[in-house]
Design a protein around this ligand. Structure first.
Ligand SMILES: Cc1cc2nc3c(=O)[nH]c(=O)nc-3n(C[C@H](O)[C@H](O)[C@H](O)COP(=O)(O)OP(=O)(O)OC[C@H]3O[C@@H](n4cnc5c(N)ncnc54)[C@H](O)[C@@H]3O)c2cc1C
Length: 450
């Protein structure tokens, strides 16, 4: 009899777990099913590049069907609940039906969503930056703000259009802001009034330092780099209120702005609370060092959704990074195989060896094996690392092409906000209704299209 191994979530952790299971489990010993609500893995470290127009959005995702082998079944659907006593999960399938999937071993890798706080006006006026739709919306929004600033006669109104506030200085906030600043600098020559006026970028962080996910010295290194580019960094500062054209900060300043981007942390995907599993700090699933959910038979959890003990910091959970999710995925797969009779269960022991913070063209900071890099060498290292880490030769070549075309020809300023959201077909009017005897002639469209 083949075992049922179900992986909930097809992001960094779930994808790495599936690939490793395909390799380590004896052939035909198990059926591996990945249940996920999108048929691709989003390679988030390249999301700022997609937002800044350096990369084609389709090139920063990994189509799961292409990369998973025949042994793995991909189920597109949304996990809605689980019953650990019955060993089942419930999935809202792509057909709209609710289906119950049994498992012998379950790996929960459902990731995280934006964590919001009760800041007045936040939901109405701020934007997130966590997935592809948000990244593309942000890019379109920045282009629109440049257009609006260029066409207004009022300098104070122009200042508001040209001020961008990012709240939260983790990977998403810092890299997102840096890439968009680079993008704006690149296209500014097309907007003469904006160029004369100048653009203001503000990064707000509640903690004392930026980038809590990485070592302190490297974070200060990144901060110095951003300050030298004219970005205002407000640490130990919080966002107090947002309106359509202002952001009030805890240091008392009311910034006139039309853009507030909220990247202040993440919390586990909401469905995690519906799985009947024990939750720890921050709502992450409680697991031991082997990533097994304590007291629940056959359930493991990894990535941003789980509080995996961090081997590098006693008493703390691993930071929510792709580096950790990938390594946890690989290790948990081996532990699941061990639970099914192949190999040994071992704890998660990974400690970060290198960090890359990409900050736009020729700008990055990096630390690899104790050596710190900045500027062009760091930028080259970061790109090389992502090129190697991106699954699939075809996709690597596409990235390489996008980057090189961008370097040679600059970036595009078309605002394609309506892409995929066309206007509805116009309802028929009295004049467009066909006369009874011409009805058959109008069934096919005629004449040249546009
Ligand atoms: C802009 C940005 C830049 C980043 N840059 C870096 C970086 O440079 N380096 C780094 O190490 N980390 C980076 N991170 C963090 C990194 O993306 C996360 O830590 C990583 O994605 C976590 O992996 P995961 O497998 O836990 O979750 P994810 O990769 O988010 O995967 C979770 C999957 O589960 C799916 N899912 C969610 N809910 C359901 C449901 N109910 N049913 C079915 N499927 C569901 C999701 O669609 C997703 O496919 C960045 C994050 C962002 C937002």
């Amino acid at each position: 009899m083949a075992w049922n191994v179900v992986i909930a979530g097809g992001g960094f952790g779930g994808f790495a777990a599936a690939r490793t299971l395909e390799r380590v489990l004896p052939k035909h010993s198990a059926r591996i099913t990945v249940v996920t609500d999108q048929n691709f893995m989003l390679y988030t470290p390249l999301l700022p590049g997609a937002a800044a127009g350096t990369l084609e959005p389709r090139h920063v995702v990994v189509p799961l069907r292409e990369e998973l082998r025949e042994g793995t079944d991909l189920r597109l659907g949304r996990v809605t609940s689980a019953d650990p006593a019955e060993k089942t999960i419930t999935v809202q399938s792509v057909h709209g039906r609710s289906e119950v999937l049994p498992y012998d071993q379950l790996i929960v890798a459902l990731g995280a969503v934006n964590r919001t706080l009760p800041v007045p006006g936040l939901e109405e006026h701020a934007m997130g930056f966590k997935d592809l739709p948000e990244a593309i919306r942000l890019r379109n929004h920045v282009i629109r703000t440049l257009e609006a600033a260029e066409s207004t006669e009022d300098p104070s109104e122009r200042a508001a259009w040209l001020t961008y506030v990012f709240v939260g200085a983790g990977y998403a906030g810092l890299e997102g802001l840096a890439e968009l600043q680079d993008f704006a600098a690149d296209v500014l020559e097309l907007y003469p009034r904006c160029r004369t006026h100048g653009i203001r970028w503000i990064l707000v962080e509640a903690r004392e330092q930026v980038m809590p996910e990485i070592q302190r010295d490297l974070a200060s290194f990144a901060e110095t780099e951003l300050r030298s580019r004219g970005i205002e960094i407000r640490t130990s500062t919080t966002l107090e209120e947002v309106t359509a054209d202002t952001a009030r900060l805890s240091d008392g300043e009311v910034v006139r702005t039309r853009t507030v981007v909220w990247t202040a942390g993440v919390k586990p995907a909401p469905v995690v609370a519906e799985l009947g599993l024990p939750l720890g700090k921050g709502g992450r699933i409680e697991v031991d060092a082997t990533m097994k959910v304590a007291g629940v038979d056959g359930v493991w959890a990894i990535g941003d959704a789980a509080g995996v003990p961090d081997p590098a910091r006693k008493g703390e959970a691993c930071p929510p990074t792709a580096q950790h999710a990938i390594r946890q995925g690989r290790r948990v797969a081996k532990n699941v195989a061990a639970a099914l009779g192949t190999g040994r269960v071992r704890p998660f022991t990974f400690k970060t060896k290198g960090v890359f913070v990409d900050m736009g063209r020729y700008q990055a900071v990096a630390s690899t094996m104790g050596i710190k890099w900045r500027g062009l060498p760091a930028w080259w290292l970061a790109r090389t690392y992502h090129l190697m880490a991106m699954p699939g030769t075809k996709r690597r070549l596409r990235l390489l092409l996008d980057w090189n075309v961008g370097l040679l020809f600059g970036r595009d300023t078309s605002e394609l906000g309506r892409l995929g959201h066309p206007a509805r077909l116009e309802p028929p009017t009295a004049t467009s209704a066909p006369a009874p005897d011409t009805a058959s002639a109008t069934e096919e469209p005629s004449g040249p299209g546009v």
